[in-house]
Design a protein around this ligand. Sequence first.
Ligand SMILES: Cc1ncc(COP(=O)(O)O)c(C=O)c1O
Length: 375
Amino acid sequence: MAVVKATINLQALKHNLSQVKKRAPQCKVMSVIKANAYGHGVLPVAKALSESDAYAVARFDEALFLRQQEVQKKIVILGGVYSREDFLVCIDQHFEPVLHTLEQIQCLFDTLQWLGSKGEQKSFDYWLKVDTGMHRLGLSADELNGLSHQYQTLTARFSPSGFMSHFACADEIDNKLNQVQNLKFLQQYESFSKVNNSDKLSLSMANSAAILSLPDAHYDWLRPGIMLYGVSPFAGRTGKDENLLPVMTLSSQLIAIKQLKQGDCIGYGASWCCPKAMTIGVIAIGYGDGYPRHAKAGTPVLIQGAEVPLVGRVSMDMITVDLSPLQAQEKTAQVGDNAILWGDGLPIEYVSHQADTIAYELLCQITPRVSFEYK
Ligand SMILES: Cc1ncc(COP(=O)(O)O)c(C=O)c1O
């Protein structure tokens, strides 16, 4: 039996998708399953999320993999594509790339014209991304303006089918940039559609945080990622606070128990020393499995339903925990006991907070040594 296991609860995934829909029943949903579905395994996740209207991935290769595996649904490529060769595959496979630079748009026009010159008049669905204040991807207002006039002279087959942008701070509910970005989005859309008579464009702005806290930004298409996996996008909250269920439970086993004396120091660097005589448990998990090396002393681990704190440094294959909370509950730990690192009964947000990171990173960095089980 595999020692370190990521158990993926597909029913929880479906429940979380239903929570997305409950927040905005009028909207369509593109479920974000990039980066191997945030580390959960993209194929079983895609299957479990079949009630989505589309899937969204970051890269062309991710879209291609899904199609090669017979996933038939609409696939949006959030990072777009850059070459004629890839545009041709997009047209053929009905991928919808998001174009965010003038170079990408020019390459698409060249490709469609090249096809036209061979007598193949293909139309094609794609998204335009505008920069409303995140300053990462997206056309600036000036670039969009210039482009609007170019579109006027082109036929409908060149027009985008969707218009999107991305929030920089939606996870901070009161951040003023949220309203600024939302307003800019509407202004840019209005000026673009006025010039192009394209009031049928689909609009999309909302990631998980905006789905949960910015109903004005729901528009036509939602783009949930982290909330599908049962995690709250907001600092200081957990998935449970948003009515979400954890999808991944990472677990391992207790492989040794040691009685240490006051002053005995534990692990590499001998950096943590027992303040009194203590029972210490050794669990088979480490940064070689994706458990964060920077998790601080005190990070909770669940054994027999009790939270026991991490002590000493995280090493490649092991961590050490103080078992005294179990003794306080008159429970006795035994070698072979199951240990939950996050998931059922232990929100991943507690662990990411203790490791000075975000749950997104913990989920994505599980290594191939961990075996996955789907239920
Ligand atoms: C463009 C875009 N939309 C939506 C998402 C989903 O975001 P979240 O996981 O915060 O819901 C992402 C994720 O990074 C993204 O890049």
